[in-house]
Design a binder for this molecule. Structure first.
Ligand code: ZN
Length: 258
């Protein structure tokens, strides 16, 4: 994505059918056995407002988040505002947050194909290594765009590949896992989803972008984030970044007690 333009994924009927069928193919299902519900806060791209406004609120509760970062977006400005510098991304890591992969250039997998996607991911991985950031364990598809081909191609590269479709069940597909959008107009839904996660001991992943007073249509305000934090506290869920949550989700309760 260029710094200025907002990319619009293909909305044609054939693209929508392909997108839907990709959800049901090349799956790697996992049904977590949890003692308590888990909520993971994830932030896509790397808006500076996340570092300045969102992470301190989570840190106040001694919680950490996952940032799906495109190193190619560092220091650029777009509809999400200014993005973090490389040094600020490293600072977020040093403050205990997980930095995960979102491709170097924010590529649309459905538009560019699996080979170009892998090459761009390799570029992001090299940048992570240059910055002394740990190798990313998980990946979020830019625009949530995944094809069956990309799911297969990336399955061996990451422990989890995250999408942006709303969670419908307790079972997740590690090749295209669901994630609830935390946008200014979805807060009530998210609060209800947190209640369900607590009650049914599910792992709920949330995603958003910029967090500021006047957020883009893809972000939210700190007031909304505070409401979601309050819901997590009230429901007594564990709040963990994706990597540690995945470790818990993969461990059977019996093994945990042994
Ligand atoms: Zn993105």
């Amino acid at each position: 994505m260029s710094a200025a333009a907002i990319h619009v994924p293909d909305r044609s009927l054939s693209a929508r059918i392909a997108r839907r069928s990709a959800r049901y193919l090349a799956r790697r299902p996992l049904r977590p056995q949890l003692q308590r519900g888990i909520v993971s806060f994830t932030f896509d791209d790397c808006p500076r407002s996340v570092l300045l406004n969102a992470l301190p609120l989570l840190e106040r509760e001694n919680w950490r988040a996952t940032i799906y970062a495109c190193i190619g977006l560092c220091d650029t400005r777009n509809h999400l505002g200014v993005h973090m510098s490389e040094a600020q991304l490293v600072e977020a890591h040093q403050r205990g947050h997980e930095i995960a992969d979102h491709s170097f250039s924010h590529l649309d997998a459905a538009a560019v194909g699996a080979d170009a996607m892998r090459a761009d991911i390799a570029r992001n991985r090299e940048a992570f290594a240059r910055l002394d950031l740990p190798r990313a364990r998980s990946f979020a598809y830019p625009y949530g765009e995944a094809t069956t081909e990309t799911k297969r191609a990336l399955a061996g590269e990451f422990e989890l590949l995250r999408g942006i479709h709303n969670p419908k069940s307790a079972t997740l597909d590690l090749n295209l896992s669901a994630s609830a959008r935390l946008y200014e107009d979805t807060v009530d839904t998210v609060v209800a989803q947190i209640e369900t996660a607590a009650k049914e001991r599910r792992w709920l992943t949330l995603f958003t972008h910029d967090v500021r007073k006047l957020p883009s249509a893809f972000g939210c305000t700190t007031d909304s984030l505070e409401r979601v934090i309050a819901a997590c506290l009230q429901q007594g869920v564990d709040v963990l970044p994706v990597g540690p949550a995945l470790d818990l989700a993969k461990t059977r309760i019996k093994e945990r007690l042994a």
